[in-house]
Ligand binder design. Structure first.
Ligand SMILES: C[S@@+](CC[C@H](N)C(=O)[O-])C[C@H]1O[C@@H](n2cnc3c(N)ncnc32)[C@H](O)[C@@H]1O
Length: 345
């Protein structure tokens, strides 16, 4: 039990990092036309720390917003970064500048108490969610599955930060496959620097004081963006020599997105980073082979017998983990990391 609580606390701590204003601006600027006349909800955001509140309050008139609602989660753990000392969680409502100075001032922002702790799943927060048109925030990564499920259930538009690992979660991947959610423009170099008091244990050279560097973060959205309609330029010609076939799935291995051959009509396995360039008019997503929650089943499409599968298990355990496997030029069995299975349209 003690261990369980400790893990929970660790998870919660990992969730306590805050998005830079610059990163919010870098993404939201691509979505400007979506915000006109809309109610925006930031529902994992202590307005005293969260730059999401600052961004939308200060850009309220520029974006032509109707209303901004921000809920503040009251942390139960005094050790966390959040400085919220109030007995109650609150929500803030801003409906634009009243005195003509274009600056959101204290008397223009309505502060209202919440009955509970401001958990995005609570009934009173769900009522606020119902009022919103677009939800924008960086939710706790540890609750990402539940967070997204709630947005989908309530049919909301959203622009949220998450980790690219979430792409292969069994609850998330079908949304990606069915074009109900896709990746936004993202962070420079695929990594974000977030404001945090916790020590940055990452070894990257570009350490910034007071920040942690999180690699693999991205924006997830269901708002249409130009990027999603741009074709990947394909210049490579298919040859069986350069593109080995998997032995446990009827598809070829393409080790880098830019190497997708222009003349191959069958199924191709590409790295998960393909999702960053995905245009649904150019490619169809068939599935995922990652050895994780949605790993391919042995021999599914390659018609391998049980005996052949067992022999492959003995040769390399990654085969057992449901990974897509191929033989390299020296006949060595290679188990691939996560692969998105795609087909040209
Ligand atoms: C990754 S932080 C990001 C904070 C803020 N959105 C930002 O980007 O600066 C996630 C926030 O969600 C809050 N949080 C954790 N569990 C929550 C819950 N169940 N409901 C609402 N907020 C929660 C945490 O306290 C934390 O401040």
């Amino acid at each position: 039990m003690a261990n369980k609580n400790l893990n929970k606390a660790k998870e919660a701590k990992k969730d306590e990092f805050y998005t830079q204003l610059e990163d919010i601006n870098n993404e939201v600027r691509h979505y400007r036309e979506h915000f006109r006349g809309k109610t925006v909800l930031c529902n994992c955001d202590d307005p005293r720390i969260s730059n999401f509140f600052t961004y939308f309050a200060y850009n309220f008139e520029f974006l032509g917003l109707k209303k901004l609602i921000t809920t503040c989660y009251k942390n139960q753990d005094a050790d966390l970064f959040s400085t919220n000392k109030s007995e109650r969680a609150v929500y803030l409502v801003y409906e634009g500048d009243k005195n003509g100075d274009n600056i959101p001032t204290a008397d223009e922002i309505g502060v209202h108490p919440l009955k509970g702790n401001g958990d995005f799943r609570s009934a009173e927060c769900i009522e606020l969610l119902k009022e919103a048109d677009i939800v924008v925030t960086n939710p706790p990564f540890s609750l990402f599955r539940e967070y997204v499920a709630q947005l989908i259930e309530h049919n909301k538009k959203f622009l949220i930060i998450g980790h690219q690992n979430a792409l292969s979660y069994k609850e998330i991947f079908p949304l990606i496959q069915n074009n109900q959610m896709w990746l936004g423009y993202g962070f420079k170099g695929g990594a974000g620097h977030f404001i945090s008091k916790y020590e940055d244990t990452a070894t990257a050279g570009n350490h910034k004081e007071g920040m942690i560097r999180v690699s693999g973060v991205n924006w997830f959205t269901n708002l249409d963006i130009q990027k999603r309609h741009e074709n990947i330029i394909l210049y490579k010609q298919y040859s069986p020599d350069e593109y080995p076939s998997y032995i446990n799935y009827d598809a070829i291995e393409v080790s880098k997105t830019e190497l997708i051959p222009f003349d191959y009509d069958g199924i191709m396995g590409v790295p998960i980073t393909f999702m960053d360039k995905y245009n649904p008019d150019q490619f169809e997503i068939i599935g995922i082979g990652n050895g994780g929650e949605l790993g391919v089943l042995c021999g599914v499409s390659a018609n391998l017998s049980n005996e052949e599968c067992n022999a492959l298990f003995r040769e390399d355990r990654s085969f057992r983990k449901g990974k897509l496997c191929y033989r390299d030029k020296s006949n060595k069995l290679i188990g691939c990391y996560a692969r998105i299975l795609i087909k040209k349209k």
